[in-house]
Design a protein around this ligand. Sequence first.
Ligand SMILES: [Zn+2]
Ligand SMILES: [Zn+2]
Length: 75
Amino acid sequence: MPELILESPSTRTSLTCCQNCGHTSHCGGPKYVTFKDYAVDGGEYREVKICNHCRCEDCSKQRERKWQKKTTKED
Ligand SMILES: [Zn+2]
Ligand SMILES: [Zn+2]
């Protein structure tokens, strides 16, 4: 198994964690992590999708907010 070297920079500052994959939250999209292959395998960087949907505190809050907006909206 190649060594995990870094997480996607866009999600690094977040303090909340996705309950699906256990990594930092990745609201609104799938979670990718970057692996570096062993030198014998070419030493290439690879992005691997580890989670399809985020499920963190922010997500549940947003869902609540959306739901409330929808129910009070009149059109
Ligand atoms: Zn996740
Ligand atoms: Zn989230």
